[in-house]
Design a protein around this ligand. Structure first.
Ligand code: S3P
Length: 430
């Protein structure tokens, strides 16, 4: 599927509705499936990346039912041996989280996914899980998918993660729930902490001290969840940026998750001159939530490196579009992880944005953008990456002439209503 945007968009005005947070939806679903009894997850992200987890869990004997579009009932239960390979699609989160949960099962499972998922690093999960006693086999010397895991008894470990990855941390914490003895993890920097918050809210004995986490397993079943997922700040990032760069725009976004491990983009873009007003913050189901008002702004260039990179790791495709409209030279460093996401986001972004006339240079661990540039409409590719497809669509709003985003069906993975949300705000998108 292609998306076509006519360019020179009119001001974006309104109060668009955003989907539930992808990371929190994944965690709520998995923990609910490990719990004893029925859980209810409201505002669950109903999209491609969560569908593959729902289907894998169904193969493991876990029943789920949508009570309406985004209200999910999960009947937590004892997991059963799957009769088929668990297809994780293009979702690294699904594969890594399931590995953590299956490590202590009583049966054998095989996990596989798309060609892209087969290229993404799994050794970062396989290696520490093996130290915990897991038995994981792979035909690849680099521990790439497909992966076959024979569940068995695990023991807690003390482990320093080589990269600040919330997916790895979560896989290990889930495995630690059923291990013998405590697990102590040390992160090189703060990655998103939704798992820790949710586990604590479910009564798990988990202590955090800076970047050190200690989980003491109790070898009892988790209690069921009843939770409402905040709206996704990573989905909001596309609309926030659109409002900042399309002259005359003003948007209101409600009930947005603003966990401090996820708000790197907001902090950076405010530093660049973005006019963003934040309402009072309330805590719902242990996650902070607020309302934002975003108005068109003249942006100035900035540099991003270090811990801020992790706090906005999914936002670089859309941040690159903002950088093309900011005055001066914007530099992104320490972001080598972008090369192993749903696409190599550094090469893909540089290739596609150059087609639109952007002054952007590739570096090994980031990119450099000179702005502002009047972008030109072009035919661009999503590289099968949902975030690239949405970022390039937003670039098309401020371009002169028509932009065609090829492979835009990937948007279904995390924000299926993205085209209709833009259309409702008057954007000419087909
Ligand atoms: C996620 C963590 C991040 C992020 C991904 C979702 C999560 O990945 O890029 O979209 O839900 O834990 P890493 O942990 O690999 O950095």
């Amino acid at each position: 599927m292609n998306l076509t945007l006519s360019g020179n968009a009119k001001p974006l005005l309104g109060n668009p509705q955003l989907p539930g947070d992808k990371s929190i939806s994944h965690r709520a679903l998995l923990l609910a499936s490990l719990a004893e009894g029925p859980s209810r997850i409201r505002n669950f992200l109903h999209a491609g990346v969560t569908d593959v987890m729902v289907k894998s869990l169904s193969a493991l004997g876990i029943e789920t039912e949508y009570l309406n579009q985004d209200d999910l009932l999960v009947l937590g239960h004892v997991w059963q041996a799957p009769e088929r390979t668990l297809d994780c699609g293009n979702s690294g989160t699904t594969m890594r989280f399931l590995l953590g949960a299956l490590a202590s099962s009583t049966f054998v499972s095989t996990l596989d996914g798309t060609d892209r998922l087969r290229q993404r690093p799994m050794a970062r999960v396989v290696e520490p899980l093996t130290r915990m006693g897991a038995n994981i086999r792979t035909p690849s010397a680099k521990h790439l998918a497909p992966l076959t895991i024979q569940g068995g008894p695990l023991h807690g470990i003390e482990y320093t993660l080589p990269v600040a990855s919330a997916q790895v941390k979560t896989a290990l914490l889930i495995a630690a729930l059923n291990a013998e003895g405590p697990t102590i993890l040390e992160e090189p920097g703060p990655s998103r902490d939704h798992t820790e918050r949710m586990l604590i809210s479910m009564g798990v004995s988990l202590q955090k001290n800076g970047n050190r986490i200690r989980l003491e397993p109790e070898n009892t079943k988790l209690p069921p969840l009843s939770t409402t997922v905040p709206r996704d700040i990573s989905a909001a990032a596309f609309l926030i940026t659109a409002a900042l760069i399309v002259p005359g725009s003003r948007l209101y976004l409600n009930q947005l998750g603003v966990n401090p491990t996820r708000t790197g983009l907001i902090d950076v873009i405010k530093r660049m001159g973005a006019r963003i007003k934040t309402g009072p913050v309330t805590v719902i189901n242990s996650e902070p939530v607020t309302d934002l008002e975003i108005s068109f702004s003249e942006l100035q260039a900035t540099d991003i490196f270090g811990e801020n990179v992790v706090r906005m790791i999914d936002e670089f495709p859309i941040f690159a579009i903002a950088a093309t409209q900011a005055k001066g030279t914007t530099t992104v460093r320490d972001a080598g992880e972008l090369r192993i996401k749903e696409s190599d986001r550094i090469t893909a972004l540089v290739t596609e944005l150059r087609k639109m006339g952007a002054a952007i240079e590739e570096c090994s661990d980031g990119f450099v953008v000179d702005g502002p540039t009047r972008l030109k409409g072009a035919v661009v590719q999503s590289h099968g990456d949902h975030r690239l497809a949405m970022a390039l669509s937003i670039a098309g709003l401020v371009a002169e002439g028509e932009t065609v985003v090829e492979g835009a069906d990937s948007i279904e993975q995390s924000f299926p209503s993205f085209p209709s949300v833009l259309a409702e705000m008057g954007v000419d998108i087909r």
